[in-house]
Design a protein around this ligand. Structure first.
Ligand code: HEC
Length: 120
């Protein structure tokens, strides 16, 4: 009897953990489960972005960019990939951003996007 109660409790805990994930900003993104782990790596990568975008992504970089803190991860990922490919130039300064992300892997970009989404 005790055993059954325990396994019920465990099942409950797992269900709750899964629910926690579902409330993540990217619940519809197939990669949502990766985003929490990515955020730690993204924080380290963001150090080199902070000079222009602010420690919390609260600044307009070089007075040009949008304020990116809290951007949905999918939106940031799309923007960064666009800069990397050289196809995005939202404020006439895409070249600056291309230099920032040119050497980044898709994984780095994902991690950064996950971290930026956590900035408030
Ligand atoms: C030298 C200053 C500088 C640095 C460093 C920099 N950025 Fe930017 N960032 C800019 C500028 C300028 C723009 C606007 C580019 C354009 O015209 O589309 C921009 C745009 C962006 C945008 C899109 C915002 C918009 O307005 O559309 C994102 C997202 C972004 N940067 C993320 C990052 C990340 C992540 C890093 C670090 C890897 C980074 N930036 C480093 C200057 C910088």
């Amino acid at each position: 009897m005790k055993k059954i109660a325990l396994s019920l409790l465990l099942a409950c805990g797992v269900a709750m953990a899964a629910e926690g994930n579902a409330t993540d900003a990217n619940a519809t993104d197939a990669n949502a489960t990766a985003s929490v782990a990515d955020a730690g790596k993204g924080k380290a990568l963001f150090a080199k972005c902070a000079g222009c975008h602010g420690q919390n992504g609260e600044k307009k970089a070089l007075s040009k960019s949008d304020v990116i803190k809290g951007w949905d991860a999918a939106k940031t990922e799309e923007a960064l990939k666009g800069y990397k490919a050289g196809t995005r130039n939202a404020h006439g300064m895409g070249g600056v951003m291309k230099g920032q992300v040119a050497a980044m892997s898709d994984e780095d970009i994902k991690a950064l996007a996950a971290y930026i989404a956590t900035l408030k």
